[in-house]
Design a protein around this ligand. Structure first.
Ligand code: PRP
Ligand code: URA
Length: 209
């Protein structure tokens, strides 16, 4: 089964608490998506392999460490994943970025794909798929299936809020994918929204409702 890591850092809890409030402004919400994504990324990259390299400080030669190969790629699921990717790029500015466009059919709740553009060497990279919400798990599972069909195997999934139903579906579909979660919430409602959740992440980021 997938490794599932739920964040317990006070900064993440505090910031997600602000995001949940219905009166939080679009700008503040958008900024918090980036900030929390950055904090989750800090945890999700903890096991990246390092290589020793010789460098010179102003005083002496010494051995420093750098992330092996710098072969990282962030893949936001459109739309709402875009602002998570922006936050993560502050930490990993050399990462490449791929995009997967999916939306949930509001009746079936199943994902519909409309866009996929990845770096040409994506299959050689360690991939971080990002989407603020893991609800039924349909979108994340479909996005990762798409990546695997393109020969990509080293995949991690990062989200801000998850429902237990989504974690179960994703880890059953892709047991090799680690899942990093800002907050594991209680359940889905009858419309597939996470409770207590924060509402529709895309609409809150872009002010579309
Ligand atoms: C939201 C969210 C996820 C998906 C999660 O996107 O950003 O992609 O729903 O739901 P699931 O786990 O049940 O698949 P939405 O389909 O609303 O599209 P949007 O980002 O364009 O608003
Ligand atoms: N997508 C969202 O944006 N929010 C939810 O609660 C569920 C799916």
């Amino acid at each position: 089964m997938s490794k599932v890591v739920v964040m317990d850092h006070p900064l993440i809890k505090h910031k997600i608490g602000i995001m949940r409030r219905k009166n939080t402004s679009t700008k503040e919400f958008r900024d918090l998506v980036s900030e929390v994504a950055m904090l989750i990324c800090y945890e999700a990259t903890r096991e990246l392999p390092l290589t020793d390299i010789e460098i010179e400080t102003p005083l002496v030669k010494t051995i420093a460490q750098e992330i092996e190969g710098k072969k990282l790629c962030i893949v936001p699921i459109l739309r709402a994943g875009l602002h998570m990717a922006d936050g993560i790029l502050n930490l990993i500015p050399n990462a490449k970025v791929g995009h997967i466009g999916l939306y949930r059919n509001e009746e079936t709740l199943e994902p519909v794909e409309y866009f996929c553009k990845l770096p040409v060497d994506a299959s050689e990279r360690e991939i971080f798929v990002v989407d603020p919400m893991l609800a039924t798990g349909g979108s994340a599972s479909a996005a990762i299936t798409l990546l695997k069909e393109k020969g990509i195997s080293k995949i991690h999934f990062l989200c801000l809020i998850a429902a237990p139903e989504g974690v179960k579906r994703l880890s059953q579909a892709h047991p090799d994918v680690d899942i990093f979660i800002g907050s594991l919430d209680e359940r889905l409602n009858e419309h597939g929204y996470i409770l207590p959740g924060l509402g529709d992440a895309g609409d809150r980021i872009y002010g579309t409702k």
